[in-house]
Design a protein around this ligand. Structure first.
Ligand code: BGC
Length: 755
């Protein structure tokens, strides 16, 4: 059977290694008390009750997050036919349903309440892509902890986060939800978030269970089109896409959500190789696995079979919980009778779900997270301060010609653009419980800074097809009138701040875009503003990298503020007027043109690397190979100078550590924070290797004129990679070591590793 699986996937040889590395029994529980409790409970359960635990339903209220919702949920709950519910609006409602199941169902097994708490709950933090630009793991962990605090106080046990799908394709709308293109950084973010959500004790009433998603490779959807096919070599998976999921497992994540896409011909939701062989056996995951929304039902559209076949395939592949499809409850009994599914498999899945409830403390107290009133005001203030810091640290200054920023206090400023007076769009995608009354628009925040003029300038878009899908009303004032007013307003000011980009609905799920430039209405506005001759500072609200060639050429400054959450607007105004010195660094490359996608920093060299002026090299005739803004890039109001790399002994023997030091100096006039990045290139290996890979970074805060020497320790682990037998190993030879302020702007040296 195992061999068959490998053959089907075409990986027979490669997996000889994987299989031999895998531990044969990862389901051994250290917690004997839990094992005993759960086993005894399962022994008492009828088949219907067991299948009920595997049934995760969307509440039939207003927070529907998918194409279909379940119906008659209360009746099913009462009969014990539901294991968990998600996206319910209030704590009161959750409490009512928990009471129903505890009092009415035969065994009174508590429900587990899930929710898409992705970047904050009531207090909204920057979208994950933005937050990753802080490169600040402590901050990221704190935001997840804060989200856990608010969500648990609301009766939520389980959050569908972190989303750790690596993506190199900004057309994919869901890049907003992840940590960008890099596997090293993505793995660190995955760990920080799991730690933040689950805390030291998942059974605490201030912790929630995390759910790492979407397993696997969802971010590699062909052409950046959501839900699309993924076809990828196993080597690439292991090198560039799988480590963040593994990092979440290493951090003790309680649950995993499979993805919608198929992988090399097998839907992720029925992919036994992914779930059993890699996740459970190779990585040692011992939590439970849930599908994504209606993913079992969707296997019919993948062409794999009807609901019954798909359900049998899914549970056999290692899925424990079926989200919304209701395939398990409706079909597994007959598959069992026909011998297509075993009772042992159903029991295993049921146990894993019950174990999750046990770990969450729900058997001790089903109301553990259903008791609190509002978060107290001191805590509320702390959360708002954290949201401000997170929003500030997420902003990336992309251009600042002649130091136009920060503004001087006597400058008059015109704030113009369709996103200048919006609140909801600053919160970003996945905001089910965000509180809008805590949010200021950018216009409101900058008005506190002095002499501010305002004009809307343009509609977000005049593309009726897009408008319909994102729920945007294109009616309103005539375009020409809006533009005219904006130009008049701009002419009255010393500088213009153009607040442009995407609404919250233009990124996130089901929001892929083939054209990631500014909408035509906004381009027209920006061109008219630039034509006034006033310096234009572009403040870009977006959930993805956009193509900004013209903007980068013609605007005086660009501040990428993404959707920074509840405190976006104060963060932006503070940065514009110099109360805060920006320090964010991109975690995804910004392409010049869509045709370059995927363009990312850790490409390989090819056999014909680009050479200026030479045709038969790996290049485009019409555009550079380089992105407009590279991975790791971001400016500050001050400047940092890097000295040469100092490596005392550049011969590394087995087991050695090499120290690389570099002196950094703040050569500007503002105190500021810099993220020094360490990249390594393996110059010669048994397989082709990337031009560089991020292997470390250090955040350094320097006063004007201050100098500090920082050190990076390089160990064998930093030189390892998956070879063609999928062994994670270091090979002897030369390595280039680079340290710099972004992936292109570096100082380099060499070391030699020998056995
Ligand atoms: C999304 C998931 C989400 C789930 C539940 C799906 O459509 O892909 O990320 O957690 O819905 O709302």
């Amino acid at each position: 059977m195992k061999l068959f699986r490998f053959k089907v996937l075409g990986f027979a040889l490669i997996f000889a290694c994987l299989w031999s590395c895998s531990s044969s029994d990862t389901t051994t529980k250290t917690d004997e008390a839990m094992d005993q409790y759960v086993t005894e409970l399962v022994d008492k359960m009828t088949l219907d009750e067991k299948l009920g635990q595997l049934n995760l339903l969307a509440w039939d209220g207003s927070l529907t997050t998918g194409a279909a919702a379940n119906t008659g949920v209360s009746q099913k709950v009462e009969k014990g036919l539901v294991g968990g519910l998600f996206n319910i609006e209030s704590q009161q409602e959750r409490r009512k349903i928990q009471e129903l199941v505890i009092k009415q169902s035969r065994l009174g097994i508590p429900l587990m309440f899930g929710q898409d708490v992705i970047h904050g709950h009531h207090t909204v933090f920057p979208i994950p892509l933005a937050l990753s630009c802080s490169w600040d793991m402590d901050l990221i962990e704190k935001t997840a902890r804060a989200a856990a605090y608010e969500a648990s106080a609301d009766g939520i046990d389980w959050v569908f986060s972190p989303m750790v799908d690596i993506s190199k394709d900004p057309r994919w709308g869901r890049v907003a939800e992840g940590a960008g293109e890099d596997v090293y950084l993505g793995s660190m973010v995955a760990k920080a978030m799991v730690k933040g959500y689950q805390g030291a004790d998942m059974a605490s009433d201030e912790s929630v269970m995390a759910c790492v998603k979407h397993y696997a490779l969802y971010g590699a959807a062909e052409a950046g089109r959501d839900y699309n096919t993924v076809d990828m070599s196993v080597l690439r998976m292991f090198q560039d896409y799988l480590p963040p999921y593994q990092a979440a497992v290493d951090a003790g994540v309680g649950s995993v959500m499979t993805s919608f896409n198929d992988i090399n011909g097998v839907p992720a939701t029925s992919n036994k190789w992914l779930i059993e062989d890699i996740l459970r056996n190779y990585w040692g995951f011992n939590g439970f696995v849930v599908t994504d929304y209606t993913a079992i039902r969707e296997m019919g559209f993948h062409g794999v079979g009807d609901l019954k076949t798909s359900s049998a395939l899914a549970i056999d592949a290692g899925i424990d919980m079926d989200m919304v499809s209701e395939g398990f409850v409706h079909t597994l009994q007959s598959s069992l009778e026909e011998g297509k599914v075993s009772m042992e498999t159903i029991d295993k899945a049921c146990k894993r779900v019950l174990e999750a409830k046990y770990k969450l403390g729900l058997f001790k107290d089903p109301y553990i997270r259903l008791k609190k009133d509002k978060v107290d005001s001191q805590k509320q203030k702390e959360l708002m301060d954290l949201a401000l810091l997170a929003a500030q640290k997420s902003c990336v200054l992309l251009k600042n010609k002649d130091n136009i920023l920060p503004f001087k206090s006597d400058q008059s400023v015109a704030v113009i653009g369709p996103l200048a007076d919006c609140k909801k769009d600053l919160l970003g995608t996945w905001v089910l419980s965000g509180e809008l009354d805590q949010v200021q628009s950018i216009k409101e925040a900058v008005q506190q800074k002095g002499n501010i003029l305002y004009a809307e300038g343009a509609k977000l878009t005049d593309n009726e097809d897009i408008a319909k899908l994102i729920n945007y009303n294109t009616k309103g004032e005539d375009d020409e009138a809006l533009l005219k007013k904006a130009v008049l307003t701009a002419k009255k000011a010393d500088v213009v701040v153009a607040v442009l980009g995407e609404s919250a609905a233009m990124s996130g799920e089901a929001s892929s875009m083939a054209d990631i430039s500014l909408q035509a209405t906004q381009q027209k506005l920006l061109k008219a503003l630039v034509k006034t001759g006033k310096p234009v500072v572009l403040v870009l609200v977006s959930g993805r990298p956009m193509t900004l060639e013209w903007e980068a050429e013609n605007c005086a400054a660009i501040l990428q503020c993404w959707a920074g959450g509840t405190q976006t607007a104060p963060a932006v105004s503070g940065i514009l007027w110099g109360d805060y010195n920006p320090s964010g660094k991109l975690t995804m490359s910004f392409p010049r043109k869509v045709g370059q996608i995927p363009v990312y920093y850790n490409m390989k060299n090819t056999g014909r690397p680009f050479y200026p002026g030479i045709k038969y090299t790996s290049r485009y005739l019409d555009v550079s190979n380089k992105p407009l803004f590279p991975f790791g890039y971001g400016l500050s109001y001050t400047s940092f100078e890097y000295g040469d790399l100092v490596i005392k002994d550049n011969i590394m023997d087995q087991g050695d550590t090499i120290t690389v030091s570099v002196t950094m100096k703040n050569t500007g006039e503002y105190a500021g924070e810099e993220t020094a990045q360490l990249y390594i290139r393996d110059m010669e290996a048994s397989i082709t290797r990337p031009l560089k890979e991020l292997k470390g970074f250090k955040k350094v805060y320097l006063q004007p004129g201050e100098e500090k020497t920082i050190e990076f320790e390089i160990t064998e682990d930093d030189l390892k990679f998956y070879n063609k037998n999928l062994e994670y190993k270091v090979e002897p030879g030369e390595f280039q070591i680079e340290v710099g302020s972004d992936s292109e702007n570096i100082k380099a040296s060499k070391i030699h590793y020998q056995l």
